[in-house]
Write a protein that binds this ligand. Sequence first.
Ligand code: ATP
Ligand code: MG
Length: 391
Amino acid sequence: MNNNEILLLKLGEVVLKGLNRRSFEDKLVSNVRRRMKPCGSFQIYIRQSTIYVEPQTEDCDMEAAFKAARQVFGIVTVARAVPCAKEMDAIVETAKTYLADEFAKARTFKVESRRADKQFPMNSIQISQYVGGELGQFFNVKADMHHPDLTVYVEIREKYAYIHTPSVPGAGGLPIGMGGRAVSLLSGGIDSPVASYMMAKRGVQLEMIHFASPPYTSEQAREKVLQLARELVPWCGRLTVHVVPFAEIQEEIRRSCPEDHFTLIMRRFMMRLADALAHELGCGALVTGECLGQVASQTMAALAVSEDAATLPVLRPLIGMDKEEIVRIARHIGTFDTSILPYEDCCTVFTPRHPKTRPSLEEIQEAEAALDIDGLIETAMQGIERVVLHP
Ligand code: ATP
Ligand code: MG
């Protein structure tokens, strides 16, 4: 650990040009600023496709900042670095102290240099040769250009030179806010947190909606969903979970509609409510964790029937994925262990014995006609409770 240590964040999606590039960078810098706030006071700015995160006080938590930076969409790599004067002696001395621990573990090394400042009197090959020679002698470690244990990076920029070790992958994707806004249907399962993460990765700012059916669903089931949302915040940024009371709707469906249509009618209510919320909040789409063929309500025909109840596009990023792929992502983003906690979801409280897998829309609409759809929607919308979760 070095007190001068800073973070260098490299931008992704370099294909973006012109105005897009500009708004990409502006969004990304403001997202990074927001995410770094809980870690201390930092100066954050962008130069030549690199975001510099520089601690302003002693008490900045660099470990936390490093971890947070790796969860910001739009960043492809993250490196820790120390700045020093743009002189060869300073560069060598800085590398000696900053990288002493790394050299103690390495048998071979190489130096890679980059020179953004073309006025600097040595070119990048000369810099690497000079710094490599000095460090090799000092640490008694051999140079290996092909498979070194350690690569030391030297970058000569406008004001300073920077020494850093290899960068690690960032979150990739696009900055949150660049892909529009959407309402994501968050259950307590494995899939919907992954679906939320995937849309956030494409720059979509999310509002979460959850349908809860107390007293059929417990306080723990609700807490589990809020915990999942908390685990998504480092990726998605600030989240609001809109908790919709759903028991009355389910009771009404059970009372008035044929049992084998229960699941699809219920799913159509979820779509209507999410759609209404999206309109209220100015969002442009809905997101679900649905996956083709996973359960009876996720056949192609069933998806068409539930989607019919929404006016906005329904985005289903998991539609073509296998369960193992979804689980791998769930583990990577840190939601898996919470998702498998054994609390009931509103979908599991009134499941019919023989759900329809090939429903026709007319059939379902006919069955629904027994319900006061608008009245039920209005009551549920009025009962929404909002929980805001900050990074
Ligand atoms: P998940 O693992 O996300 O729960 P699933 O495979 O269990 O998905 P379903 O229970 O049929 O499938 O739900 C399909 C999708 O509907 C979910 O991914 C989620 O987007 C939404 N959904 C289901 N239940 C709820 C709920 N209680 N609140 C909000 N959205 C829900
Ligand atoms: Mg589920």
